[in-house]
Design a protein around this ligand. Structure first.
Ligand code: ISC
Length: 380
């Protein structure tokens, strides 16, 4: 700890205090930025996120579940204390250290799929897609790592800074949810310049890709489904201007994805923003098409509850600007374990073993970091 000598608190130190003292907090770094932003809520009242119109003028962090109808509620962490990179205000440092809430920890359950179980789920899903004429659904699984997570997570967040194009986040509401990750996927961004979104799908490992990467029929089709869905949704809201660019190849850790960008400089009223977000989420990058049926099929087949995996999360500014990302390449933080969630888009053309391998490749970016941090103590 450097506090005594330098009189300043780093983000990692602030995260550690909040974890120890059960203080709701968030920290993030936007893609391409060098700044890490930290915020903490110094009251223990858990706040639900009630939509952009209701939170107008407020600053904080939004975290929402994959399934809006589930028992995982959307939350808002209000920014009572915020800083960028280091906190130097001595009164604020003392205040943070002296804030302690008494919240019971969350116990993890292990619902990881073995290789053969995931292959079974994949076969069931592919058969369902074929039988019902569905074009795509996204299946996922978990990898649970029992470890000293409260020590590891702040170090992991710091290590993830090497992924310049990712949105880094570590947010926790003690007793409710805690997630850390490096998402490559913008859900929706809004500021005075307008709106931005992306369609991200299709995966291949960097290690075996050609230069430049070549994409097969399954990946192209899988990403096109996401592009069509987002474009059709955005078109209902932006009638004057909608710009589309792509698809291009984008690197996220040790995998490549196909990506199309959408931009509009049109402004829409706050109640329309709520409508837009409701219609857009979840996109077929994490759910499927048709959306309602895909959600049902996923819930029936997957072993674990998704909770906040594949939901959206990110900061909201008092100006109304926000940066929301899909909660991917992500881990749920428990007191004594990290639970990684990983999935992939399945179409009738999918091969189960290839899809299993894809989840292993996606998971490896975060797993390798944990292996380095926990050298000699981790066996997975
Ligand atoms: C669902 C995940 O990734 C999505 C985002 C990019 C590429 C994907 C894919 O190729 O399947 C997925 O749609 C995940 O990483 O858990």
């Amino acid at each position: 700890m450097t506090l005594q000598t330098e009189n300043r608190l780093s983000v990692a130190e602030a995260q550690a205090i909040c974890l120890r003292n059960n203080i709701p907090f968030y920290s993030y770094r936007l893609p391409g930025s060098h700044e890490v932003v930290f915020g903490a809520q110094l009251t223990n009242n858990i706040r639900l996120f009630k939509g952009f119109e209701k939170h107008r003028g407020e600053k904080g962090f939004i975290i929402t579940p994959f399934n809006p109808a589930s028992w995982s509620f959307p939350f808002f962490i209000q920014a009572d204390l915020t800083f960028t990179d280091y906190l130097t205000d001595q009164e604020a440092i003392v205040n943070l250290r002296n804030t302690v809430f008494n919240t019971p920890g969350r116990i993890f359950t292990k619902q990881d799929c073995e290789h053969f179980e995931y292959l079974d789920e994949l076969r069931t899903l592919i058969a369902t897609l074929k039988r019902e004429g569905m074009r795509k659904a996204v299946l996922s699984r978990t990898i649970t790592i029992p470890c000293d997570s409260l020590r590891i997570a702040p170090v992991l967040f710091e290590q993830m800074r090497q992924y310049h194009h990712a949105f880094l986040f570590f947010a926790a509401i003690p007793g409710k949810c805690a997630w850390i990750g490096a998402s490559p996927e913008t859900f929706l961004k809004y500021d005075r310049n307008g709106f931005f979104s992306m369609s991200l799908a299709g995966t291949q490992p960097v290690s075996t890709a050609q230069n430049p990467p070549q994409w097969g029929e399954k990946d192209i089709e899988e990403q096109q489904i996401v592009t069509d869905y987002i474009q059709n949704t955005l078109k209902q809201f932006f009638t004057r201007h909608l710009e589309t660019e792509g698809p291009i190849t984008l690197q996220a850790g040790n995998v490549f994805h196909l990506c199309t960008f959408f931009r509009s400089d049109e402004q829409i009223p706050p109640d329309r923003i709520d409508e837009l977000v409701t219609q857009l989420h979840p996109t077929p990058a994490v759910c499927g098409i048709p959306k309602k049926r895909a959600m049902q099929v996923i819930t029936e087949i997957e072993k674990q509850e998704r909770g906040y995996y594949a939901g959206y999360l990110g900061p909201l500014q008092a100006t109304g600007a926000f940066d929301l990302f899909v909660n991917l390449r992500t881990m749920e933080v428990f007191d004594d374990a990290l639970k990684l969630y990983v999935g992939g888009g399945i179409t009738p053309l999918s091969d189960p073993e290839t899809e299993w391998q894809e989840t292993c490749q996606k998971a490896d970016t975060l797993l390798n970091l944990i292996r380095q941090i926990n050298y000699g103590k981790t066996t997975f």
